[in-house]
Write a protein of this length. Structure first.
Length: 87
């Protein structure tokens, strides 16, 4: 399976299948290594997609004066201010 052009959901489904196959433990070593490498490529692709999505997400927040500012969404719960421009 090539990684380029694979949709996120397809990549995640394939990763789950790879994990299940590896956990069974009945594959020959060379096949285990082959699908492990595929899994690494897929996981890197998924991480790239998630990081890109995170950059695109913006949250509209209101400061104490009632002004609205656009801030980038941060996965740790803190919003990073991208712009002080009023919206």
């Amino acid at each position: 399976m090539t990684v380029a052009g694979v949709k996120f959901e397809q990549a995640m489904a394939r990763l789950e299948a790879i994990v299940a196959e590896l956990e069974k433990g009945d594959l020959p070593l060379d096949e285990s290594l082959r699908i492990f490498e595929e899994g690494i490529r897929l996981s890197k692709n998924c991480l790239k997609v998630l990081e890109e999505a995170e950059r695109k997400i913006e949250v509209l927040v209101q400061d104490t004066n009632g002004k609205k500012h656009l801030r980038a969404f941060s996965s740790d719960g803190d919003e990073r201010r991208d712009s002080d421009a009023d919206v």
